[in-house]
Design a protein around this ligand. Structure first.
Ligand code: CO
Length: 221
């Protein structure tokens, strides 16, 4: 089972080199991604593949329920490196419908350490409890919290000192909130992009009223 992965790696590397002989030499010399991706660890949401980017084009951080926690040394190290060394121009927080982390919170059951990690999601659920209680379908409730969680992470990032410092230095930096559907493979833009300190200031932290996720009709380029 494990040996199979090495075999697959050999085939993959050979295939890449066949299509583009300079591929690995070019990648080895530097990485210069324009994007930082903050996504869920869920194996069905492979960051690069979804957006059709090659290795080297997307700096990736993944954790359960795509959080951007302001006290997590792992996340903050990634964020600082992305902003100060790689100078990415976009941070994409990408959630996904049906997220297991969100389901765990809404199930109301204890799961162990993960309950601590997911506490920010639990706080969101408490904030929006009245509205969530009115949604009878469990999956619909999960999906709404998945969206709200993305928005919360975007807002948290906009307050992050590393992000504030980047804007203060005049760095071009936008933060985007997207959500992905495993059902159809499509990304939805939650239309919550923040591009400047001015955008970030004065935003309401109240819950948005409607589900806004819909497939983005991007330009075919
Ligand atoms: Co998930």
């Amino acid at each position: 089972m494990i040996a199979e992965l090495f075999d697959r790696n050999l085939r993959w590397a050979a295939g890449r080199a066949r299509v583009d002989p300079e591929y690995f030499r070019r990648l080895a010399s530097q990485q210069g991604p324009d994007y930082l991706w903050v996504g869920c660890s869920d194996s069905r949401v492979p960051a690069n593949e979804i957006v059709g980017l090659d290795p080297g084009e997307l700096f990736v951080h993944r954790n359960v329920a795509n959080l951007a926690p302001p006290q997590d040394a792992n996340f903050l190290s990634v964020l600082q490196f992305a902003l100060e060394i790689l100078k990415v121009r976009h941070i994409i927080v990408c959630g996904h419908y049906g997220c297991g982390g969100v389901r765990a919170v809404l199930s109301g059951q204890r799961h162990g350490l993960i309950d601590h990690w997911l506490q920010p999601v639990a706080c969101l659920c408490r904030r929006d409890a009245a509205e969530l209680d009115g949604i009878l379908d469990f999956d619909a409730r999960v999906n709404l919290v998945c969206e709200r969680n993305v928005l919360a992470q975007v807002e948290s990032l906009a307050d992050n000192p590393f992000v504030r410092d980047a804007w203060g230095r005049g760095q071009a930096l936008s933060i985007h909130g997207w959500i992905y559907s495993i059902q159809d493979g499509l990304l939805r833009d939650l239309e919550t992009s923040i591009e400047t300190v001015a955008d970030a200031t004065g935003r309401s932290s109240a819950a948005p009223k409607v589900m806004r996720g819909r497939p983005r009709r991007g330009r075919a380029e």
